[in-house]
Every structure is written in structure tokens, then in C-alpha cells.
Design a protein. Structure first.
Lengths: 228, 462
């Protein structure tokens, strides 16, 4: 994928660029607001990473100008201001996600992949999915049932949502905070192992009767659902 | 309660001053009354005594004159009675009694001694009354003569004087006590203002100040000085907070860079190699430092009271359900029982509060998370969401070891660790952040003992 990173801190730019390039992506960079806006309007990108505080032109102003120019490219806002009202402001201005500094590259990468995938996904022709499957696991979204090897599992509503989110992003690493935000819809870092405990509980249910492991832990990053 | 307030009231120096002042006023009044008495009632008394003495002396002289006969003496007595209605004269010689009184007390004082004694009088309406007269008895050659004078004026005067004195004294007493009471209350209310301020400051509300009236009295002078002192303290606290904020803020950037470098150096390493494990350990340590700095900065920001723009109606009941949903596996891990009770007073709708849902969720989750963390295995944690007409209360009870009462205030202080072995996430910033969030929403948080365990009560206004 092709990305544009608008960020004034050179270290951060290098860090983001290096990470994305290593994963086989193309990265353009801009170090101030007007340059960023110029790149964004003259080229086509899959994703834009935008710093909140930029010299010459504020990040939110760049975003507003981009959206006004009908550029619907997904935007992740980076900010040292990791506060709730800042987040809301950023999303209101047309941002798709918000990441507080300092962040781990893993987290940025996970979120970037999900945003790009969502943006590029062809609109559902056959209506919304009614079933998600992996291996011998079937998730019936209409009947709210989960079957593993034909056997129905008793699953709590939140566990259902957790599993659904992971299955919808099969093969993608999902961070703990992203899981928490998607399933509980609250935005803050709970700073405890609470998500791990939830995942462990779900995992135990899925692996009953010596079924093979589906949810895998990625150290320092999060979880991924895949068959071995 | 009432008795205690009364005790406080009478213990004050102003009240003692009032009592002394009252005593002095009563003494002054009494001495003035005594002087007035001497010059009015006392004078009247002396005049009557003098009149009795003069009359008695006159009759004594008359009876002693050589030309006086018994008949003439009796005529003189009769003439005197006719002339004045106020005089009583009785001459008793053997069994014969002459005069305007049928009987006289025996043992009447002998002239020149005078004595008060009662007599029965029939007035013009035919009613019998008892009057006190002043008189004496005189031995003459014609028998024993009793002389007495009505002193109605004197009696009325004395009685009036007594009434007037009592009324005056009661007035003086009441006026001084009332003025003392009012004065006391005013002074006490000013003193209480100062007391309230010190309590506020002690509770961490450094922004409280004393009101200063336009009177510029001694209390205003004290208030002004206290306010100046508080301004100074507030400035110092702010500058210290500002410095720590700056340090936290400035250190975050280099820490982020270190983090970036370490994370970058992990690429291509086998995740399970010793080298990678060591680097991951470093990352976790750095993350913890960054988290602490972030928490400190966030706390300062919350305490400055911004973010109100993001307030929306929040359903606390749903929020509590979500918290329990999130926290229950943590409790399950420790075999603890976690329960949620929702109570709504009759006729009330949903428990909505204006606020920021993420912050409120975080505050309540933090309290529940603490309860789980510090309660032993197989303990109980109960969460009650109680909606009443004025407020929504979230009460989190556990039956863990609890917190000693003397630490109740301290646990809300930043970086305060109840027990040094409890180093963990948040580094003593969890509860201060909870408190800051609740106070940002205009609510309050209080700790109490759950006998055993700890009860945390969060209350938020509608």
C-alpha cells in the first residue's frame, strides 16, 4: 500500500517510514502542514498518517482542507494530546482513527491495515455476512451461535463480540486496545491484563475437547486468529 | 447535635465576655436604683417618721403642761383627729378608750421608738382592708396614748419602686444577653468561616478564599492575610506542579525515541531469543515509565477542569453493566463473586448524568479493579447503582482487608502508596485520577469501612 506520513518530528518519521517500508509499503513524507496538504491533494494514497501539531498549519486544518477537497483517504491522527476531547475533535474533523503518542509501531500498523482493508473492501453485494468461519469453527451471526466441530459452545455476549471482531479480521494482528475499543466501545487504555483474561477465557472455550488453537498471542502486539 | 452546638456557643470567649458584661450592667443598675431609692422612697419614709415623732412630742409636751386637765387633753386629741384623717390617736386609761381606733396591738414600741403595725380599715365602699401604719406609744399622765400615721404614699411608692426595679433589671439582663448572643453569633460565624476555609484547604481545595467585607474590621484584616498566604501557597504548589508536568512532558519525547529504537532493533530477531526477551523487557519498563508520566500529565489536566466540551448524557446503569462485564473475568480468576444491584427510586427514569462516558467508565472500572485486586481469593465484590431524585450513587463494596481510616484522605494524593509492596500499575495515580474525574463531573467520592472491607461511594448529580 501507499502511505503519506505528515509529521514534523524527524525521528518519528524515520521510525514510521522504516516500519512500513520493511512490510513492503511505499511511504511519502511531509514535514509541515502545507506540504502535507499538497502531497495529499496531488497524489493518491491508501492511508494518511497525520500529526496533530504541525508547523505552519495545524493538523486538523490540513484534515479539514483535505476533506473539503473530497479526498476520502483514511486518516490516522497522531497526537501527544492523548485526551478524550482531543480524540473527539480529531474524529469530528474527519479522522478515521486516533493514536496517542508515544505509540508502538505495531499498534499503528495494526490500525493502518484495518483502516485500509475497510476502505478498500468492496461494498457488500450479498448484504451483510450472516456467517463467519475458520477451520471447523462456524459463527452464526443471525442465531448468535458458535459451533466448533459441529458442537455448540456456550458463549457470553462480550465473548461473542470479541470472537466476531477477531474473525472479521482473520490473519490480522489485533492489539489489545483495539479489541477493547471495538468490543466495549470505550476509549482509554485499561492498563491491566483485563483483555488478556477475556481472550484467555474465550480461547479456553474454543479449545475444549482438544480442538486446535485458533487465537494466537503475538508478543508485544496483540492477538491474531489463524489456522496453524 | 443541638447540645453540642450550644456547648460550642457558651465556650466562646465572647460568651464569657457577655456574661461578665451582664454582671457589670446589673451591678451598675442596682447601685443607681439604690441611690434613687434613698432619695425618693427613703426620704418619704423619713418624713413620715418625723411627722410621727413631732406629733408624739407635741402630745407629750401637752400632757406635761401644768394647766392641762384630763378633759382638755381628750378634747385636744379629738380636735386633732377631726383635723386630719391620716392620723390615728388612741388614749387608753384603765378600761376607757378614746380615739379613732377600737383596738391597738399590745407591746407597741415606746416613744421615741417607732414601729410599723397593721390595722384593719373600712373604706368608703364598706370593704375591709389591712393597712400598715407607723406609730408609737406614749405614756402620759392621762393614760397610754398611741399615735400612728397612715403612709399610703410611701407604701405605693415602695411597691412601684420594687416593680420598676425588677422590670428594669430584667430589661437590662435581657438586652445584654440578647446583644451578647447576637454579637457572639456574628463573631462565631466569622470564626466559622475561617474554620470552614482551613477544612477546605486541608481537603485539597487550595483555591478557596475568605470573603472580605467592606467594614475593614479586625476579621477582615485576618481574612486578608490568610488569603494572601493562601495565594502564596497556591502559587508555590502550582509552580511545583508545573515543574513536574514539564519534566514529565519533556522526558516523554526522549523516552519515546528510546522506545522506538528498541522496538526497531527487535525486527528480524527471533522472538524467543534471550536478546529479544531482554529488549522486550526493556520496552515494558519504558512503557511503564511513559504510562506514569502520561497519568501525571492527565491528572494535572483533569484537575485544571477542562474537557467539559465533550460532555453528553451518560446512562450510568449501562456503564455499570459494562464495567461488570469487563471486570468479571478478573474476579473469576480469583474465585471472587462480583454482583451488580441496580436500584431506582420510584417514579424515576433512567439514571442519566451529563459527562464524558470514557472518563466515567474508566473511573468506575478503576475502583472495581482495585476492589478485585486488593480483595483475597473467594472474596465478594458488590456494585450498587442507586438512582435517587437528586443523584446517582455508585457504591463499590468489597470484603477484603480494607483501608485504615487514617489513610482515607491520603489514598487520593498523587503517588501515595498505602503499602510499598503494592507497586504496580498506575504507581499511586489511579485513585487521584478517579477523584479528579469525579470532581470534574461535579461529583464526590468517599471511602468508608465495609466491616470488613472497603466501601467506595461515588455520587454524581443528575
Amino acid at each position: 500500500m501507499k502511505l503519506l506520513v505528515i509529521e514534523d518530528d524527524k525521528t518519528t518519521i524515520e521510525y514510521i517510514k522504516k516500519g512500513f517500508v520493511e512490510q513492503g509499503n511505499i511511504v511519502d513524507t511531509a514535514e509541515n502542514g502545507p506540504d502535507g496538504l499538497f502531497f495529499a491533494t496531488s497524489n493518491s494514497y491508501d492511508l494518511i498518517v497525520l500529526d496533530r501539531m504541525l508547523p505552519k498549519m495545524d493538523g486538523l486544518a490540513v484534515l479539514a482542507a483535505m476533506r473539503a477537497a473530497d479526498i476520502s483517504t483514511p486518516v490516522i491522527i497522531l497526537s501527544a494530546l492523548g485526551h478524550v476531547d482531543e480524540r473527539i475533535k480529531g474524529l469530528k474533523a474527519g479522522g478515521d482513527d486516533y493514536l496517542a503518542k508515544p505509540f508502538s509501531f505495531q499498534e499503528l500498523y495494526i490500525r493502518a491495515s484495518i483502516l485500509v482493508e475497510r476502505h478498500n473492501a468492496p461494498s457488500q453485494v450479498n448484504g451483510p455476512a450472516t456467517e463467519l468461519t475458520i477451520d471447523n469453527l462456524v459463527m452464526d451471526l443471525v442465531g448468535h451461535k458458535v459451533l466448533r466441530g459441529g458442537k455448540e459452545l456456550t458463549i457470553q455476549p462480550k465473548e461473542f463480540q470479541l470472537l466476531r471482531y477477531l474473525l472479521e479480521h482473520q490473519g490480522q494482528v489485533i492489539s489489545r486496545t483495539l479489541l477493547f475499543e471495538s468490543v466495549w466501545d470505550y476509549h482509554f487504555d485499561p492498563k491491566t491484563n483485563v483483555i488478556d483474561v477475556h481472550v484467555a477465557k474465550l480461547r479456553k472455550k474454543l479449545e475444549e475437547n482438544e480442538q486446535p488453537q485458533l487465537i494466537h498471542t503475538v508478543r508485544g502486539a496483540g492477538y491474531v486468529v489463524r489456522t496453524l | 447535635m443541638w447540645l453540642e452546638r450550644f456547648r460550642v456557643f457558651i465556650r466562646t470567649s465572647i460568651w464569657r465576655f457577655t456574661l461578665i458584661f451582664t454582671l457589670i450592667v446589673i451591678l451598675i443598675c442596682s447601685s443607681i436604683l439604690a441611690v434613687v431609692y434613698q432619695f425618693t422612697v427613703g426620704e418619704q419614709k423619713r418624713q413620715i417618721a418625723q411627722q410621727v415623732t413631732i406629733a408624739a412630742q407635741g402630745f407629750a409636751d401637752l400632757s406635761n403642761s401644768s394647766s392641762m386637765t384630763e378633759t382638755d387633753f381628750q378634747i385636744a386629741i379629738q380636735q386633732r383627729i377631726d383635723k386630719s384623717g391620716a392620723i390615728i390617736l388612741v388614749l387608753r386609761n384603765d378600761d376607757k378608750v378614746i380615739g379613732n381606733l377600737s383596738s391597738l396591738p399590745k407591746n407597741l414600741a415606746q416613744f421615741p421608738q417607732l414601729q410599723h403595725f397593721p390595722i384593719a380599715v373600712v373604706n368608703h365602699l364598706g370593704e375591709t382592708t389591712v393597712e400598715i401604719v407607723l406609730g408609737t406609744s406614749l405614756d402620759t399622765g392621762f393614760g397610754s396614748l398611741s399615735i400612728a400615721l397612715f403612709d399610703n404614699n410611701y407604701q405605693v411608692l415602695e411597691k412601684n419602686f420594687q416593680t420598676a426595679s425588677i422590670v428594669a433589671l430584667i430589661f437590662a439582663l435581657v438586652i445584654t444577653l440578647i446583644s451578647g448572643f447576637l454579637l457572639n453569633r456574628r463573631v462565631l460565624s466569622r470564626v466559622k468561616e475561617i474554620g470552614g476555609l482551613t477544612a477546605n484547604v486541608k481537603a485539597g481545595r487550595l483555591k478557596s478564599r475568605l470573603p472580605i467585607s467592606t467594614k475593614q474590621d479586625e476579621f477582615d484584616m485576618i481574612a486578608d492575610q490568610i488569603n494572601q498566604m493562601l495565594d502564596e501557597i497556591d502559587d508555590l504548589v502550582n509552580s511545583v506542579a508545573q515543574v513536574t508536568d514539564n519534566v514529565a512532558h519533556d522526558l516523554r519525547t526522549p523516552l519515546s525515541r528510546i522506545r522506538i529504537s528498541i522496538e526497531g532493533s527487535l525486527v528480524g530477531l527471533d522472538e524467543n531469543s534471550i536478546d529479544a526477551q531482554w529488549r522486550i523487557g526493556l520496552l515494558e519498563e519504558i512503557d511503564q515509565i511513559i504510562d506514569t508520566f502520561n497519568a501525571m500529565l492527565e491528572l494535572s489536566r483533569l484537575e485544571k477542569g477542562v474537557q467539559k466540551s465533550a460532555f453528553v448524557p451518560v446512562n450510568i446503569e449501562t456503564l455499570c453493566h459494562d464495567v461488570v462485564d469487563l471486570a468479571s473475568p478478573l474476579a473469576e480468576e480469583k474465585n471472587q463473586k462480583i454482583t451488580l444491584h441496580v436500584k431506582t427510586d420510584d417514579g424515576l427514569a433512567l439514571s442519566k448524568v451529563k459527562g464524558e462516558p470514557n472518563l466515567l467508565f474508566r473511573a468506575i472500572f478503576n475502583v472495581v479493579d482495585n476492589a478485585i485486586k486488593y480483595t483475597q481469593e473467594s472474596g465478594n465484590i458488590s456494585i450498587t447503582c442507586h438512582t435517587s431524585a437528586q443523584k446517582v450513587e455508585i457504591i463499590v463494596c468489597d470484603n477484603g482487608p480494607g483501608v485504615a481510616k487514617e489513610h482515607y484522605d491520603a489514598v487520593f494524593r498523587r503517588l501515595y502508596q498505602l503499602d510499598s509492596s503494592r507497586q504496580g500499575d498506575g504507581f499511586g495515580l489511579g485513585l487521584p485520577i478517579v477523584k479528579a474525574i469525579i470532581e470534574l463531573h461535579g461529583g464526590s467520592i468517599a471511602l468508608s469501612s465495609g466491616h470488613p472491607g472497603l466501601t467506595v461511594t461515588i455520587s454524581l448529580d443528575h
